[in-house]
Design a binder for this molecule. Sequence first.
Ligand SMILES: NC(=O)c1ccc[n+]([C@@H]2O[C@H](COP(=O)([O-])OP(=O)(O)OC[C@H]3O[C@@H](n4cnc5c(N)ncnc54)[C@H](OP(=O)(O)O)[C@@H]3O)[C@@H](O)[C@H]2O)c1
Length: 438
Amino acid sequence: MNDDTIRVGIFGVGTVGAGVIELLSENRTVIEKRAGKPVKAVKAVVADIGKKRAVDMSQIELSDRPESILDDPEIDIVVELIGGLDLSETIILDALEKGKSVVTANKALLAEKSMSIFPAAYRANGCFGFEASVGAGIPVIRTLREGFSGDRIITISGIMNGTANYILTRMTEDEMEFDQALKGAQELGYAEADPTFDIEGIDTAHKLIILMNLAYNGLFNFKDLKTEGISSITSADIRFARELGYRIKLLGKACHTGQGVEGRVHPALVPEGHIMASVNGAFNAISVTGNYVGPSVLHGLGAGSHPTAAAVVSDLIEASRYHTTGQQTPLFPFSVAEDQLQPLKMVPMEDIRSEYYLRFNVQDQVGVLARISKILAENNISIRSVIQKGRTSDPASTVAVIIVTHESLEKDIQKALLSANQLDFVVSRTQLIRIEPN
Ligand SMILES: NC(=O)c1ccc[n+]([C@@H]2O[C@H](COP(=O)([O-])OP(=O)(O)OC[C@H]3O[C@@H](n4cnc5c(N)ncnc54)[C@H](OP(=O)(O)O)[C@@H]3O)[C@@H](O)[C@H]2O)c1
């Protein structure tokens, strides 16, 4: 270890990496006061060393060889900001093995390879920080790990993807269709050329599973998390939801019920007066309810160069304090001791209960509502309200019938929709959106 400076090696100088280099330079005085020593980015590894960078790299040795950082005994902290699964896993495991502290923002890796990364982080001599992996500028990891460490966490629920939230906000406020709102998000740089992870709920699922692992003291299997995105939401759904007093939001939700822990990601109808309904544009909000602390909400920018860099640097300061004070043992990377870090199971999706919004697209005929109602009743589903728009004079035209149910069992709803979708007057797959909070 270098005596008078904390030396940092950064993998990746893209959106986040450039923000970290900029922040370490701009706020160096306050960072030094808080870390106990100057914290300097001295080396960086990128894919293309010839590429023009958004930040001043004159004080940083640039390479495309991972060993230039990993094999340097003078590097105290390795920051992994390249993303992806394989190379980033190798880098992190190697750095931990060599006794360096590691900071990462890689939610995909932490969600999908938690069984390889976290046990290694416990065994390592250095610190392991991942505050930037969820909520970027919202300090939810530290809040769960430290602030609420005395609580039993009952619910975690929130809007964890700014791109999806921006698209839904445009669809709501500007009455746009999904494709048009997505195009606008891409033009503004909120959505990537391939937006799959954001719009299909995968990014939210990565974040939710990290929070679930922290909150419920173990490791869930990412593949068990039911994940639905927003690409099937239409402007008609947004309009009907409004008529019923709701907004549509993409939620990640985990909940400790009598049956165990539920986890799911899907669009949801949220009551207009609910705090999540007013979280708009690229903002995120995460609500955590503990059995003593009660409900609390964290709100802020969940992505972007500066907010994400702020979270990375907060971990760099924590790791620097460890190196500066010569502590023998780093903080737990998780909420619990290593021997408590067990694989955990989720309640199967079919066993959850919710209220449901159903939009049937049907031919404009007599008796439609009666036949749908019969199928719902046969499957133990009771109806809370119905919107059926006035009939047209054209029997060939299609109309929407909206049904809101009372709380029902997911497997009953799925069974009912399987039957309803076979009805001769149902012209396309019925839209199902869960209603939250329930
Ligand atoms: N962007 C955000 O707002 C945000 C928010 C929270 C978390 N994160 C996470 O932060 C991480 C980085 O995201 P980002 O948006 O900064 O990504 P990015 O802009 O695409 O930057 C990636 C960087 O990694 C480098 N890289 C890629 N493959 C490499 C390889 N094989 N060897 C060496 N370097 C390689 C790239 O090098 P070149 O520049 O030479 O191509 C680039 O500098 C990801 O895990 C992401 O999920 C991002």
